[in-house]
Design a protein around this ligand. Structure first.
Ligand SMILES: CC(C)(C)CN1C(=O)[C@@H](CC(=O)N[C@@H](CC(=O)O)C(=O)O)O[C@H](c2cccc3ccccc23)c2cc(Cl)ccc21
Length: 348
């Protein structure tokens, strides 16, 4: 039975959701009753973990301890955290994390264990990455490191969501079996964001682009901001977009397996935003100077249009065609990009 207190703490969780994720909160709220609270809590637990990983004011040992134990912390009634630096954007979430924990403990046990399992894998992955050889300049060396890092912070979210969808009975068990498909759902979003956020991350002293790619075009990651390196910057950018295009066929395959309308909308909307962002950043040197985002009007149109597979396929075709139009024959990646586009075109 829902007491007054639990109604109040559930309401507060949705207030934190609105505060931490602008437009995405409204997408989560559209999910069927059976999934809405579990996904909301999953999102907030992940935000809590992300806030700890992002906090540069925490000393390393303390950060690693919190990351590796977060899967137990979410079971500790009353736990809160106020060691975050004052400017941490999601500071409030951790200061009031006891409210999140109260609601987490009201979820069905199978939803709790999905969230705890992913939190454990992600927390340890983040801890390995934070304390590993990358520490000196938090850089990613090889494409393999890049895929592993994105697996930790985004691929695992795909694993968790697919497990929640299957556990709810709204989607088949099969959706959770094919881990490669769930992983690609996360990698496509995260890699597109990493390309889009080049300038913001550079200014924050962080770099996520793999040295195996950018090292072919410059000696220092920040060289791409210099006008004399314009052409190298463009080719490095197209090489990064080429790497992301590999995940498109798997994203479309995953979406085609979904049967519940609210789950489809929830999964399709971020993916169509990402393909639109990918087309926007392709051969667009503005990304080396400031953060660019798709126009609000275009985002709204994409949200309204991505309600069924046929529409989503035509949205992907539209933006993949836009990338092929912008693809320049003088670009050393021209052929590879044409072939990647060919692979996408046959998959949708
Ligand atoms: C790192 C990330 C890509 C996993 C973050 N991530 C997402 O990007 C959100 C979208 C989002 O937060 N958008 C921001 C805008 C922005 O950040 O650019 C918004 O406010 O609109 O979507 C993903 C997300 C949604 C649906 C299916 C997914 C399958 C696998 C992996 C992630 C999936 C997400 C679902 C959950 Cl439960 C938790 C986090 C996320």
């Amino acid at each position: 039975q829902q007491t007054l207190a639990s109604d109040a703490s559930k309401k507060r969780c949705y207030e934190f959701l609105n505060m931490t994720s602008r437009s995405f909160a409204s997408v989560i709220k559209e999910l069927d009753d059976e999934l809405r609270d579990a996904v909301c809590l999953f999102y907030l637990v992940l935000r809590g973990l992300d806030t700890i990983e992002d906090d540069m004011t925490l000393d390393l040992d303390r950060k690693v301890e919190l990351l590796r134990s977060f899967d137990q912390i979410i079971y500790k009634k009353g736990w809160t955290f106020n060691e975050n630096g004052p400017n941490e954007k999601d500071r409030a979430l951790l200061v009031h994390f006891d409210v999140i924990i109260d609601e987490f403990l009201r979820l069905k046990p199978e939803y709790q264990s999905v969230i705890a399992n992913i939190t454990k894998l992600m927390g340890n992955g983040m801890a390995d990455y934070a304390s590993g050889e990358h520490r000196e300049n938090t850089s990613v060396a090889t494409i393999k490191d890049f895929d592993l890092y994105c697996h930790y912070v985004a691929g695992l979210v795909g694993y968790g969501l697919s497990d929640l969808f299957a556990a709810s009975g709204l989607e088949s068990e099969e959706i959770a079996k094919d881990k490669a498909l769930s992983n690609s759902m996360g990698l496509f979003l995260q890699k597109t964001n990493i390309i889009r956020d080049y300038r913001e991350d550079l200014d924050d002293g962080r770099q996520f682009w793999p040295r195996e790619i950018w090292g072919k075009y410059a000696d220092k990651f920040s060289d791409f901001t210099k006008p004399e390196n314009k052409l190298k910057a463009q080719y490095c950018l197209s090489n990064m977009v080429l790497n992301v295009l590999d995940d498109v066929p798997q994203v479309l395959t995953y979406l085609s397996k979904l049967r519940n309308q609210s789950v489809f909308n929830f999964c399709a909307i971020p993916q169509v935003m990402a393909i639109s962002t990918l087309a926007l950043v392709f051969n667009n040197l503005d990304i080396f100077h400031h953060n660019i985002k798709i126009r609000k009007g275009e985002a709204v149109k994409l949200i309204l249009d991505s309600t069924d597979m046929d529409n989503v396929v035509s949205i992907f075709r539209h933006y993949v065609f836009e990338i092929s139009r912008k693809n320049e024959a003088t670009d050393p990646n021209f052929m590879e990009i044409s072939m990647a586009i060919g692979r996408v075109s046959v998959s949708c």
